[in-house]
Design a protein around this ligand. Structure first.
Ligand code: MSP
Length: 662
């Protein structure tokens, strides 16, 4: 039975602007998955989308759609992008998938029942407009890092995961498994910067928004998005469902491929959760570097993103995949520039590989009408070419096993360059002039075609189109001479191979002209993106709100007024809302019922002042959740120009509660 190999990418935040930086990680993982399949492994390659959280809720709101509608649309685009990059994933998980939601809820409950999750209070800096908590370090000049406004110190009821309990076990595990975190530098960073200084328990629930997986036993809370996201690696295999056969077959993961900024989540939080669940840990977490533009990380918020679709449309898929994996050493940061991309296409692909194929096919057509004669005579240059091929095929496996994609490609290119040199050494155009050198000419062209066969096999993890195009031109038909292992054997190409030159596989590009056109195309793509549309929708909403303020007061009919159910009530209890400067949580007696109503009237009124007050309540508003608490109605309050508040009331202090206003 084939050995299993389970590899994952991070699951992506659904954004229409998945840029070339995101594609980098996925393309690298895809190359690894393809390589392992070629080596005969039973591969499970997982990718997907991380769809919960407050940001999604807000964007959807600005667009006037539900979060689910929003993510459904975006995810379709993500899948299209992966299709256009030939990403050969075996499974695509969405964290809104029902089976995932259920399994996460089950895991959370189990951890709570066994005492690894407990209820307490979260304290942090809260930004009311952004409805978000921040830590001291996240603040920028003491203000909200997202909107720049003032923040306040607040407390919120939360569930916590006992991360601190696992600190020593984690350190021990990492030290005893030197391959667990790769590259090595990231391992040192985790131990010295995070584990040794000490871990704090992790806040794993939120009450300030709704778009998340609810805690089954306390539905005010939604589960922290990272706990929801990290568990995808096992829920995707059916863990926690009726059919966990894939979990049994593929877990533990052989490699989690992740960007360097999320290594911490994957090598501290995730293993601790697995330890708590008593499950095996992933074998390796590989933290790759970033694609950098002008010295900074390419990211949507900086507006410096490069759209992979534009690049694929212009240069073809293989050129982009090749560039990403060749230009940047996997694990390190690397600069992305249009010049470097075009330069690589022209030199490595058009000049080296493309030229080798078209020259060889062209000469076989020209000198032998497309079919090589069987008689061949060796030359003094053959041995060196064959040795290079042997050495390259021997090295590539080891490099790929260690995810050293750029080094593996550099190795393969030594064979391509050696073959081009062999053309210059054997000079087929001179041999062709002399009938007596025919066998030598056939030998030279055969060896070139054979070197091309070997190259075409080795580039398969990286390029998904070129190998088949090469096989067509060089007449490589038999599957047995396309297998990964067949590259290690020289001379498998049939002696009388039938060759047919085709169009250039990698056409050369005019750098100067192309750079101008490329920039214009990028700009256009940027303008039509959903992100841009979202921004426009938000602006339109703001403009509409401003227009409303200027609009003349609209007249209503008595029927309209009748819809408003106003009643007299008495405040029987009031307290400050934990986590808010303005909100008071009031219990109001309205006739026979008592309602909880939250009202933003602090500090104008203290809870003590509120108790006993007669107030007017709007009773037929739908219930609303604020800061994790429900509010059933609204207390009427007047506000003057200076923002001073005054409660509306009736002028008889003993007036009966529950009386209606009309
Ligand atoms: N949703 C989380 C991952 C949860 S995994 C359980 C997330 N998503 S993300 O969409 O922001 O990023 C996905 C991956 O893309 C990350 O590994 C990240 O490092 C990678 N990249 C995003 N921008 C990048 C570059 N500019 N360069 C290289 N990779 C980058 O994080």
């Amino acid at each position: 039975m084939a050995e299993k190999f389970y590899i994952t990418t991070p699951i992506y935040y659904p954004s229409d602007k998945l840029h070339i930086g995101h594609s980098y990680c996925t393309v690298a993982t895809d190359a690894m998955a393809r390589y392992k399949r070629l080596r005969g492994y039973d591969v499970m390659f997982l990718t997907g989308t991380d769809e919960h959280g407050q940001k999604i809720e807000r964007i959807a709101d600005a667009l006037g759609v539900t979060p689910q509608q929003y993510v459904d649309k975006i995810v379709a685009g993500v899948k299209e992008l992966w299709a256009s990059l030939d990403i050969s994933y075996d499974k695509f998980i969405r964290t809104t998938d029902d089976y995932h939601v259920k399994a996460v809820q089950k895991i959370f409950k189990q951890l709570y029942d066994q005492g690894d999750i407990y209820k307490s209070e979260y304290e942090g800096w809260y930004c009311t407009p952004c409805e978000s908590f921040y830590t001291d370090v996240q603040l920028v000049d003491g203000k909200c890092p997202d909107c720049g406004r003032d923040v306040e110190r607040l407390k919120e009821e939360s569930y916590f995961f006992r991360l601190s309990k696992y600190q020593d076990r984690l350190i021990k595990y990492i030290e005893e498994h030197p391959d667990f975190i790769q590259p090595q530098t990231r391992q040192n960073e985790m131990i010295n910067n995070f584990l040794k200084p000490g871990l704090e328990d992790l806040c794993v629930s939120r009450t300030t928004f709704n778009w998340g997986i609810p805690v089954t036993f306390d539905d005010k809370h939604v589960i922290y998005v990272w706990v929801d996201a990290l568990t995808n690696y096992i829920t995707a295999l059916g863990y926690g469902s009726d059919d966990d056969s894939n979990y049994k077959k593929y877990w533990p993961a052989d490699i989690h491929v992740v960007g360097k900024e999320i290594v911490r989540f994957h090598t501290i939080i995730w293993p601790a959760i697995l330890m708590a669940l008593d499950l095996p840990l992933p074998k390796k977490v590989f933290g790759h570097g970033w694609l950098i533009i002008d010295g900074g990380k390419m990211s949507k918020s900086k507006g410096n993103v490069v759209d992979p679709k534009v690049l694929v449309d212009r240069y073809g898929l293989d050129a982009i995949r090749y560039f990403l994996l060749r230009e940047i050493a996997f694990g390190q940061d690397g600069n992305f520039t249009n010049e470097a991309l075009i330069q690589r296409i022209n030199s490595d692909l058009a000049n080296d590989l493309g030229n080798l194929v078209s020259r060889t096919a062209g000469m076989i057509e020209k000198y032998f009408g497309g079919q090589l004669p069987v008689e061949r005579e060796e030359t003094e240059f053959d041995a060196s070419l064959k040795e290079t091929a042997k050495a390259v095929t021997e090295k590539v496996d080891g490099l790929l096993d260690n995810m050293l994609f750029s080094d593996a490609l550099a190795e393969i290119w030594t064979l391509i360059r050696r073959a081009n040199k062999y053309v210059d050494e054997t000079q087929p155009w001179i041999l062709a002039k002399d009938e007596a050198s025919k066998a030598k000419l056939a030998n030279s062209l055969y060896n070139l075609a054979e070197a091309i066969r070997i190259v075409s096999i080795l580039i398969q993890p990286f390029m998904t189109k070129a190998p088949a195009l090469i096989w067509e031109q060089i007449g490589i038909k038999d599957d047995a001479i396309k297998t990964w292992d067949s590259a290690k054997e020289w001379g498998l190409l049939p002696a009388d191979v039938q060759v047919k030159k085709g169009p250039a596989i990698f056409p050369r590009i005019d750098m100067k002209k192309e750079l101008e056109e490329l920039e214009a195309a990028m700009k256009k793509a940027q303008e039509s993106s959903v992100a841009n549309q979202t921004k426009k929708a938000e602006e339109a909403k703001k403009a509409q709100a401003e227009r409303k303020e200027e609009e003349p007061v609209q007249e209503i009919t008595i029927d309209d007024f009748d819809k408003i159910k106003l009643k007299v009530g008495t405040v029987i209890a009031s307290e400050k809302m934990k986590g808010s400067k303005k909100l008071l949580k009031n219990q109001i007696k309205i006739g026979n019922e008592t309602r909880q109503i939250l009202s933003g009237i602090s500090p104008d009124y203290t809870p003590e002042e509120m108790v006993g007050k007669k107030v007017i309540v709007l009773t037929n508003l739908p219930p609303r959740k604020m800061m994790g608490e429900m509010s059933y109605g609204m207390i009427l309050v007047a506000e003057d120009e200076n923002g001073q508040l005054a409660l509306a009331s009736v002028d008889k202090t003993d007036f009966a509660d529950g009386s209606e206003l009309s």
